[in-house]
Design a protein around this ligand. Structure first.
Ligand SMILES: *Cc1c(COP(=O)(O)O)cnc(C)c1O
Length: 409
């Protein structure tokens, strides 16, 4: 639930300040670091107050499934960063999507979403919700005409992720918001990769901002979390009632970890983006690299749009293709680069201070057919790199262990 009492802070503070200050009021003990409230129940001041809280006539915590002060602090802080009226935290990124779909859709309703979205998102909408009569159309990420053409009278939601994983395709949030709103639908944006430190989709007209807090918001690969940022009307009127009856609540401990993670989000995203840009520029020059995918590079197809939407930064995620003359050779060469690492991690997660590399074609996108992967432009020679905070020289040396020995393969 969202906490009703406003934090005792003056109006008009900058985002950097809110990132470390927005929270529920301190307890009577005056703790400087926000408290971790591990409790499932709350002692009620009176039977009368208890009745009023259960009837929704009075604010106040009643039970862990409908609210917790530590979770409220995270919700207040993330809403402040995204510039939305309210926020609802959930147990994971996927459960936040689940909550959104459950709260907004019924059988016969229609969703338009991008083919380049997170794999589980595509499965959840296209397969799981399809079983309950929710219809959907999948469109190419950057083809605005296709988004527009897919809209029907029953369309309730457009859902986009920008930039995407692993190709870093960028879509035009303002243009999608216009398509959604002129059809009477809502636009939801998965802001996992850019984070509010670089991109605030609300500014461009998005109605719901969805997060996997597991990634850059925690930022250190420790806990799973998710969130939906939106208007008070949506959060209190649509999401909260469903949350109370479904229970994909965020644990207070995980909320506390992500709350503390948000304090360094801005400087982490800035530092990790700067490292990613330097690495992307360097990789683009390497003789064994065929192509680099990174929104911060002028060679990126949506470079100008990305710079306008993402505060002039490319983010911390890049991918590259190693040179190869066939899919088999590409796979062997990508594996060689990954197996030669001594410092960076071979790990399917992302959004960590540790640099993490993966082979999308055999992991996150391994269930697609080779034809589907080819159509999506995702080859066997592709390596995805979620850039961390290691020193540029050490990262370069670690990648060169594999890249420079490709010649002798
Ligand atoms: C990881 C991820 C999700 C799912 O989040 P979980 O916290 O793993 O459930 C959704 N969208 C994107 C873009 C992601 O990277």
């Amino acid at each position: 639930m969202t906490h009703s009492a406003p934090p005792a802070l003056p109006e008009g503070l900058h985002i950097d300040t809110l990132a470390v200050r927005a929270a529920v009021p301190r307890s009577q003990y005056g703790e400087n670091s926000e408290a971790l409230y591990l409790t499932t129940g709350y002692v009620q001041p009176s039977a009368q107050a208890s009745a009023a809280r259960f009837a929704g006539q009075e604010e106040g915590y009643t039970y862990g499934r409908s609210g917790n002060p530590t979770v409220s602090s995270l919700e207040l802080r993330l809403a402040a960063l995204e510039g939305t009226q309210a926020c609802m935290a959930t147990s994971s990124g996927m459960s936040s999507i689940m909550l959104m779909l459950f709260s907004l859709l019924k059988a016969g309703d229609h969703v338009v979403f991008s083919q380049s979205m997170f794999g589980s998102t595509i499965k959840l909408i296209g397969s799981e919700f399809a079983r309950f009569g929710v219809e959907s159309t999948v469109v190419p990420q950057t083809d605005l005409a296709a988004w527009k053409a897919a809209v029907r009278p029953s369309t309730k939601l457009l859902f986009a992720e920008t930039p995407t994983n692993p190709l870093t395709d960028v879509c035009d949030i303002a243009a999608l918001a216009e398509i959604a709103h002129s059809a009477g639908a809502l636009l939801a944006v998965d802001n996992c990769f850019a984070t509010p430190a670089l991109q605030r989709p609300m500014v461009f007209g998005a109605d719901i901002i969805m997060h996997s807090g597991t990634k850059y918001l925690d930022g250190q690969g420790r806990v799973m979390a998710g969130a939906l940022c939106a208007s008070e009307e949506l959060v209190k009127g649509k999401f909260l009632p469903v949350m109370k009856n479904t229970g994909m609540v965020l644990s207070p401990f995980n909320a506390w970890v992500v709350l503390k993670g948000l304090e360094t989000l801005g400087i982490r995203m800035e530092a990790q983006s700067a490292r990613a840009l330097a690495l992307a520029q360097w990789l683009e020059q390497h003789p064994q690299v065929a192509r680099v995918y990174y929104p911060g590079l002028p060679s990126h197809p949506q470079h100008a749009l990305a710079m306008a939407q993402q505060s002039g930064k490319g983010g911390a995620l890049l991918s590259f293709d190693v040179k190869a003359s066939s899919a088999e050779e590409g796979r062997a060469r990508a594996f060689h680069v990954l197996d030669s690492l001594q410092v960076l991690s071979l790990c399917t997660n992302l959004g960590d201070t540790k640099g993490l590399l993966t082979h999308p074609a055999s992991t996150s996108h391994g269930k697609l057919s080779e034809a589907q992967r080819q159509a999506a432009g995702m080859g066997q020679g592709m390596v995805r790199f979620a850039v961390g905070l290691e020193h540029f020289d050490d990262v370069k040396a670690d990648l060169l262990r594999g890249l420079d020995t490709l010649k002798t393969l």
